[in-house]
Write a protein that binds this ligand. Structure first.
Ligand code: ATP
Ligand code: MG
Length: 251
């Protein structure tokens, strides 16, 4: 699967946030986006998933060469796109299991057998070091910050997307949990080879999962591209040298 973003401009409430983003993510590739608070990273993630608040004013988003600009979110998910939110929402009364199974059936377009589903689920719950009682709970309701983030990695493990965008999968996680989450993301990367677009502020998680490409976003533009050495340099030097630089094309 291939996701292409071409000169994407996105506005929220009439204000331009993304000012020409170009990016290409293929199955099996690990991309990382870093950048200062408010630079537009979450906006890019939400625009790719078709969040109604984010208006694409120009540019193109393509999956395997076909434009998804006018597709609704559920159709994008059916194509194999997945978004882990920076701040997952809580939904009371919706059981985690039934939510996930319904999502999987909708995406796969066929019934999902309960036995295999639960086996896969239990395996992933254990590997994410979440308690078994997790299975009976409402979606994100009363989950701790770390549990919410793990629950989203669990969703990714179950849904097996072709391209996944992870918005700060490490935020709010304790030191051990970062390692567990990174190992589980690596496990998914090794088994189903999704293209990964990981947004993060911290290089700790990158120590466990070497990125193929690192992109730096500043003020709605990608201002630098590199490999994992770029994230190491950012950790030492910060973003100052990139602020008020022009944009570059990226892949
Ligand atoms: N719904 C909204 N209404 C108005 N402005 C918004 C909305 N969503 C985002 N913005 C603005 O868009 C800009 C980019 O926000 P975004 O959340 O994409 O940043 P970010 O790079 O993800 O930052 P962080 O690292 O803090 O998560 C910010 O100035 C933000 O205030
Ligand atoms: Mg954000």
């Amino acid at each position: 699967m291939k996701l292409e973003i071409k000169d994407l401009h996105v506005s929220v409430s009439g204000k331009e946030i993304l000012k020409g983003i170009s990016l290409e993510v293929n199955s099996g590739e690990k991309h990382v986006i870093m950048g200062p608070n408010g630079s537009g990273k979450s906006t890019l993630a939400k625009a790719i998933m078709g969040h109604p608040k984010f208006t694409v004013t120009s540019g193109e988003m393509l999956v395997d060469g076909k434009s998804i600009n006018s597709l609704a979110t559920d159709k994008r998910a059916r194509l194999g796109l997945f978004l882990q939110f920076q701040d997952p929402v809580e939904i009371d009364g919706v059981g985690f299991i039934s939510f996930l199974r319904a999502a999987k059936e909708s995406i796969d377009g066929k019934a999902v057998g309960m036995k295999d589903f639960m086996k896969d689920m239990r395996g992933n719950i254990s590997s994410l070091k979440l308690g078994d009682e997790f299975i009976g709970r409402s979606l994100n309701q009363g989950f701790s910050g770390g549990e919410k983030k793990k629950a989203e990695v669990l969703q990714m493990a179950m849904l097996k997307p072709g391209i996944a965008i992870l918005d700060e999968p490490d935020s709010g996680l304790d030191i051990d949990a970062i390692k567990v989450v990174a190992e589980n993301i690596n496990k998914i990367a090794d088994s189903t080879k999704p293209g990964l677009l990981i947004i993060t502020h911290h290089t700790r998680i990158l120590g466990y999962m070497k990125p193929d490409f690192v992109h730096v976003m500043v003020d709605g533009r990608i201002v630098a591209n590199g490999g994992s050495e770029l994230s190491d340099r950012l950790e030492k030097e910060g973003y100052n040298s990139y602020i008020s630089k022009g944009s570059e094309t990226s892949r």
